[in-house]
Design a protein around this ligand. Structure first.
Ligand code: SAH
Length: 264
């Protein structure tokens, strides 16, 4: 290892700054350069630094970036360059850095340059989404024996998830948690329905853990239309499986309370 500080890949959690870890806060406060993803809201840095002086913050978003998306290779070069220049570098990513965050590529680039990498876990947005729905992702009463985290967005030139295989696991008691799935929801739900019934529970949660959080409960058949009709958009998570039955019961109770209020 060369004589550089370790680079920290830090999870910012799903959005609510109170879900940052103490370790994330500490390494951010020790940083001289922070390279931040789009998904990390300004409120996270506000919570960490308040009015205190901030490190240099470099926005390296993949979308909504003024000059277009920052290419992954550029991010990796910049990480290496800043680390070798003696900076204390934090790469701040939404959720957990190891969940669909391209951390692997960044770790490889740093290792090849002889720079040590340390990862600080964050709460992944899929977990926050399940929490927003008021269910557990492995509720035994719903027969859920595990969870499958999937991407709904195939990598350029790469293969999409094997939805038939995922559906077979779901039928046997696995909750599906799909990241980046809103745009492809029609194709995903159609593929899952090859194996699963049309009324299999499905839900969406947008902006989990944030003030703007919203969700809807539905079925595999109805979800794609609902997403369009109600204008759901990224960042959002799709949750599919019988664990949602609990959320439905809650929703029905809300409805009942509403009906009682109306009649009273
Ligand atoms: N490393 C991140 C995931 C990066 S992929 C994590 O662990 O959460 C980006 C996808 O994450 C988005 O397209 C969306 O599907 C999901 N996502 C991130 N933040 C979210 C949030 N607050 N609410 C719902 N989905 C979110």
């Amino acid at each position: 290892m060369r004589d550089s500080h370790p680079v920290y890949l830090v999870g910012a959690g799903p959005g609510d700054p109170e879900l940052l870890t103490l370790k994330a806060v500490r390494v951010l406060r020790e940083a001289t350069v922070v390279m931040v993803d789009d998904l990390v809201g300004e409120q996270v840095l506000d919570a960490v630094f308040g009015d205190a002086p901030r490190p240099r913050v470099v926005q390296v978003g993949k979308r909504g970036h003024r000059a277009g998306a920052t290419p992954q290779a550029f991010i990796e070069k910049l990480l290496v360059r800043e680390a070798l220049a003696g900076e204390r570098v934090v790469r701040l990513k939404g959720g957990d850095p190891l969940v669909f965050g391209r951390a692997g590529e960044e770790m490889s680039a740093l290792h090849e340059a002889g720079v040590e990498v340390r990862v600080v876990n964050g709460i992944t947005s899929g977990l926050a989404a399940v929490n927003a729905l008021g269910v557990g992702w492995t509720d035994r009463r719903a027969g859920a024996q595990g969870v499958l985290l999937l991407t709904g967005h195939a990598q350029a030139g790469g293969a999409a998830p094997d939805w038939a295989a995922a559906a077979r696991l779901a039928a046997g008691g696995t909750t599906l948690v799909i990241y980046m799935g809103v745009q492809q929801a029609g194709a995903i739900c159609a593929a899952l329905r090859e194996v699963l019934p049309a009324d299999w529970p499905a839900a969406v949660v947008q902006q989990a853990s944030l003030g703007a959080q919203r969700h809807a409960l539905s079925t595999l058949e109805a979800l794609p239309r609902l997403l369009v009709a109600q204008g759901f958009a990224s960042p959002a998570i799709l949750v599919i499986g019988p664990v949602l039955a609990q959320a439905r019961a809650l929703a029905d109770e809300d409805l009942l309370a509403w009906a009682v209020r109306q009649s009273g």
